[in-house]
Write a protein that binds this ligand. Structure first.
Ligand code: ADP
Ligand code: MG
Length: 679
């Protein structure tokens, strides 16, 4: 991808090198020409003038108009980088990486040098970096080290319409900084037209509009609701492929699992058709996809072939793929949802909003007229979809953010200047949780423990687990577990045609019903013993990429141990100590077995179940602590260990009282609910 790097002249015949050089030069020239065709280009000078005239500017332009890739370059060309770096935040890490790569290419520099990106657990910047793309969450963390953003001359809060939790908190912080740093330019950019709200919030900052080009998009609805949208989406792709003129297809799914399933089905159904149909190039794109494969979605489709992009929400506004003519919109996305009453947070597949549906459809009409196949009825669009997506701050646990703001010395959170304030109940619940974890004292002030927890770029419960590992002398093991959990749900690989083998391989790590977190530890340690062998991963149905990512994360977390003065310690055979450290972070997530084989959470009782993928799904221990809750057909606990109820009183005496954990062993279990392994 690099224009000036990547080849070594000495290894090449001189002539060959010359040819290559001139090819690269012309590719570079072509990129410069392409830049000029973007809608924003005509407004370059006007925009720079407006930025010069005003400290805060709200910029509105349709997706693909060039805001993210061009504005930082314009600012650089206009000399702003002489006064400091230019920062640009993105809600999604894939977008931060991909856009930075593109801009590096356009500037003809190596990614990580003048143009870089910073995402959690991956810093691809250097001292040279003047254009820095980063996730909004990373900028929040930068505030801890540089509360006035002194190294920046311009900060662009991009994709503001996404209204992620971190972006919303950033609004409050940058607004404050702008007051005492008059030299800092602040740009708030958004793809939708609700810019007035941003303008009002930033003391009536002017709005700069970038008119986009847009071609008409035909909206087609289904006549009846689809029972299985994945199947319906696959069928629609195939129909488009055989009946519609050239043009690429973009399908929106809710996550990696769906995308992989759809890819598999599409491949199976087109296999053996050979030359009877045109070539179909399937390109998945989701957050955990390795970056070399991410780049594939931007490759030009060869003549006669058709590209089918299977994407999450990321392609809604964060990434623009040229050449899309057909959009398939099943109408769902995966969303966080939080119930402050029960304190339970979960990911749920939810209908999208009308605003999101409109954005998705718009992707089909960027370069020519297009079609959008909505896999829902016009009635349900009209009557069942909300107008706008509820901002994340109003539907998520705020533990993380509260800990962060407290670390920044912001005492009064109730009066923090939020664009849309979170529900008071959610804020109170977050304070309570942090108090229960020991991060805040009873005056709501940050404790020494809280300060140590805030050093980790993790949820408070994970951070607490790590800090607590010191006491249980198992920091090595706990850091591994934290890293494995942070990788997400992609360690084990389960191909459709080899499910039994894959499941057997997986269960090998569960010997002794140790619980899922301990099984993850075993996976990691065994992999390490094989000297990080790829072959071993392959034989055990483990995704080597996920393991490598876990190793990266682990290295970084280990580096942070020193910062919080935790001596490395290890107790590989003391499973109880490791489980107690986990419980120190997760005692909130305790559930108790019911007579019918379901579970009930101990505080604020809710019915939940052990996820079928858990090693304990058949074991059904009496007391468990879980890592997270996912809602699919039922409310499932994912990553579960068995605990002894007494530990709760030992570990969280301020939270659990004797009566909460009584009757543990007196209850009899009916037959068929599995084996209780409590002693
Ligand atoms: P906006 O931020 O206004 O939505 P962008 O600056 O992201 O617009 O996109 C402008 C153009 O750059 C689009 O045509 C898009 O296809 C292209 N582009 C962005 N990122 C990449 C990439 N990683 N590879 C190839 N093209 C890209
Ligand atoms: Mg953008």
């Amino acid at each position: 991808a690099d224009l000036l790097e990547g080849f070594n002249e000495d290894d090449m015949e001189m002539e060959e090198a010359e040819i290559k050089k001139s090819a690269e030069k012309s590719a570079f020239m072509q990129l410069q020409e392409e830049r000029k065709t973007l809608p924003i280009y005509r407004y370059r000078d006007e925009l720079l003038q407006a930025i010069d005239d005003h400290q805060v500017l709200v910029i509105v332009g349709e997706t693909g108009s060039g805001k993210t890739t061009q504005i930082p370059q314009y600012l650089h060309e206009a000399g702003y980088t002489k006064k400091g770096r230019i920062g640009c935040t993105q809600p999604r890490r894939v977008a931060a990486m991909s856009v930075a790569a593109r801009v590096a290419q356009e500037l003809g520099v190596k990614l990580g040098h003048e143009v870089g990106y910073s995402i959690r657990f991956e810093d691809c910047t250097s001292d040279k970096t003047i254009l820095k793309y980063m996730t909004d969450g990373m900028l929040l963390r930068e505030f801890l080290g540089e509360p006035d953003l002194a190294s920046y001359s311009v900060m662009m809060v991009d994709e503001a319409h996404e209204r992620t939790l971190s972006t919303d908190v950033l609004f409050g912080l940058v607004k404050d900084i702008a007051r005492f740093r008059p030299d800092l330019k602040l740009l708030i950019s958004s793809a939708t037209l609700d810019a007035d709200k941003f303008s009002d919030y930033f003391d009536k900052a002017p709005i700069f509009n970038i008119p986009g080009r847009r071609y008409p998009v035909d909206l087609l609805y289904t006549k009846a609701p689809e029972a299985d949208y994945l199947e319906a989406a696959v069928v629609t792709v195939l129909q488009i492929h055989v009946t519609q003129p050239a043009g690429d297809v973009l399908v929106f799914f809710t996550g990696q699992e769906e995308i992989e399933a759809a890819e598999e089905i599409l491949k199976a159904r087109t296999r053996g058709l050979g030359s009877r149909i045109a070539e179909m190039i399937i390109c998945p794109i989701y957050a955990n996809l390795p970056s070399d494969l991410q780049a594939k979605i931007f490759e030009e489709t060869p003549e006669g072939a058709r590209k089918v992009v299977l994407a999450t929400n990321i392609a809604e506004t964060s990434l623009t793929i040229d050449g899309i003519k057909y959009v398939i919109d099943p109408g769902f996305c995966k969303q966080k949802s939080y119930n402050p009453r029960t304190g339970m947070e979960s990911l749920i597949v939810t209908p999208i909003s009308k605003a999101a549906a409109q954005q998705r459809a718009g992707r089909a009409g960027r370069t020519s007229p297009g079609k959008c196949f909505r896999l829902y009825t016009a009635w349900s669009h009209q009557h069942e979809m909300e107008d706008n997506t509820v901002p994340e701050i109003q539907r998520t646990n705020l533990g993380n953010v509260v800990l962060m703001l407290k670390s920044l010395g912001i005492v009064d959170l109730v009066h923090f200047d939020f664009l849309d304030p979170p529900p008071a109940e959610t804020l109170i619940r977050a304070l309570e949780q942090l108090y229960a974890l020991g991060a805040l004292n009873d005056h709501g002030e940050l404790t020494k423990l809280g300060r140590r927890m805030a050093e980790f770029p993790l949820d408070p419960m994970l951070s607490k687990m790590i800090v607590a590992s010191d006491k249980f002398k198992c920091s090595e093991e706990i850091v591994t577990i934290a890293a494995m959990l942070s990788v997400g749900n992609s360690i084990f690989y389960r191909p459709k045609d080899k499910q039994v083998h894959a499941d057997n391989a997986r269960m090998n790590f569960h010997t002794g019903n140790v619980g899922d977190q301990i099984a993850l530890l075993k996976v990691y340690d065994t992999w390490k013993e094989t000297n990080y062998s790829t072959q071993w991963c392959y034989e055990n149905y483990i995704q080597v990429r996920s393991m490598k990512r876990a190793r990266d994360i682990r290295d970084q977390l280990e580096g942070l141990l020193d910062r919080v003065e935790i001596e490395p310690s290890s107790s590989p055979n003391d499973i109880e100590a490791i489980k107690k450290a986990i419980t120190s972070g997760y005692f909130y997530h305790t559930a108790k077995l019911q007579k019918n084989g379901s579970y009930r959470t101990v505080k604020n009782p809710q019915t939940v179940h052990i996820h079928p993928s858990s090693g304990l799904a058949e074991v059904l221990p009496r007391w468990v602590v879980y890592f997270e809750l996912v809602i699919t057909t039922k409310e499932y606990m994912r990553q579960v260990i068995e605990i002894k109820p007494d530990w709760l009183i030992e570990i969280a005496p301020h939270y659990y009282k004797k009566q909460d954990v009584e009757d543990a062993s007196s209850q009899k279990l009916p037959k068929g609910t599995g084996r209780a392994v409590m002693d």
